[in-house]
Design a protein around this ligand. Structure first.
Ligand SMILES: NC(=O)c1ccc[n+]([C@@H]2O[C@H](COP(=O)([O-])OP(=O)(O)OC[C@H]3O[C@@H](n4cnc5c(N)ncnc54)[C@H](O)[C@@H]3O)[C@@H](O)[C@H]2O)c1
Length: 327
């Protein structure tokens, strides 16, 4: 199979590349390395099935050719992360919406009908107050133009773009609403909580919890996520559908911080920082983010196998080894 991965030098994209290369597929990655890195794709660079283009999806002149070559496309390129979104909302709107539209238009004009995964996010559920979110639940976003929500709005626009192309042109697209994903290659620079905590703990630095830490999240290991995406892309019943992808085990951020410290055996204290100090006035956090996974399970039989404790142990081991290599 020929697999094109936009944003394939990023966190989730690099795991997709690894999975497909291991399956014997040909993999073509395009990435502008804005948050992704060469280090993430270094292990594949000499591989005969691997090709990389350093380019911005908005201006890439190889797009039509790559799209026509691909049997499957994972569209992961996006400006991601709370900090990035607040720093540069214009880039978020351009990459996340125009990039997706360009890709879909190229697929339609390519005349070939590859399987397509479009990455959306649990952020689209916004302030919905239900305990857990199913794909049929309402989207609840604030009416005032708060930029903190720019990311969710662009991803919602991507969903509607995808459904429009699927409906009008019969494209084989699955929209995946990814809930918090964690694992190797994720970096903490842009506000991702688990890599930040792990890095702070292995360096015996204080762990920074925003707010009181009562907010809960459900973390899915990326090595489970890519299995789900692979199954969904190849599942005709999923084409034209939106599907939650994640793990439904919830943990409060305060408990997560304590667990990381315990698993590391670190002397790190836990510090609490208000959202205002962390992000400025504008920031509103959501209290919880737990997926209902019935649709994913019914379509693919998928069940995550990685437990949070095992992922944390793996990440702590890798981060500690990195420190030893540098020292
Ligand atoms: N990680 C999560 O928990 C999570 C949750 C929900 C949704 N998602 C979605 O999954 C996808 C992948 O996210 P990730 O966590 O791997 O983040 P990431 O930042 O590691 O990956 C995004 C990749 O896209 C690249 N990119 C950004 N703009 C680009 C452009 N204009 N042209 C080409 N490449 C560009 C970046 O360099 C990066 O490698 C994103 O669409 C994101 O919105 C991720």
């Amino acid at each position: 199979m020929h697999v094109l991965i936009t944003g394939g030098a990023g966190f989730i994209g690099s795991h997709l590349a690894e999975r497909h290369l291991a399956n014997g597929d040909q993999v073509y990655v395009v990435d502008n390395l804005s948050t992704g890195s060469l280090a993430n794709i270094d292990p594949f660079r000499g591989h005969p099935g691997f090709r990389f283009a350093e380019a911005d999806i908005l201006h890439w002149n190889g797009l039509s050719e790559a799209v026509a070559w691909a049997d499957r496309i994972y569209h992961m390129a996006a400006v991601v992360g709370v900090k990035k979104v607040l720093e540069d909302p214009v880039a978020v709107m351009a990459t996340n919406m125009t990039g997706t539209e360009k890709l879909l238009r190229a697929i339609h004009h390519g005349g070939w009908n590859p399987q397509v995964i479009i990455a959306s996010t649990s952020e689209v559920y916004g302030f919905n107050e239900k305990d857990s979110f199913a794909e049929t639940d309402n989207i609840v976003l604030p009416s005032a133009g708060r930029l903190r929500w720019a990311y969710a709005v662009t991803k919602l626009a991507d969903e509607f773009l995808a459904f429009s192309y699927a409906r009008k042109y019969g494209l084989h697209i699955v929209v995946v609403r990814l809930f918090n994903t964690i694992g190797p290659n994720q970096i903490g620079h842009y506000g991702m909580v688990v890599p930040s905590f792990v890095k702070q703990a292995v360096n015996n630095q204080p762990l920074t919890v925003y707010g009181e830490g009562n907010q809960t999240r459900s973390f899915c290991d990326v090595r489970d996520t890519v299995v789900a995406l692979d199954h969904l892309a190849g599942c005709p019943e999923a084409w034209g559908e939106v599907v939650n992808v994640g793990n439904d085990q919830e943990i409060a951020i305060r408990d997560l911080a304590e667990r990381v410290v315990t698993h590391t055996g670190s002397a790190s204290p836990i510090h609490y920082l208000s959202y205002k100090e962390a992000y400025g006035e504008e920031f509103e956090d959501v209290t919880h983010r737990r997926p209902v996974l019935n649709k994913l399970k019914a379509l693919t039989g998928f069940d995550p196998v990685w437990r949070l404790d095992d992922t944390l142990d793996d990440l702590i081991k890798r981060a500690s080894a990195k420190i030893r290599r540098v020292a």
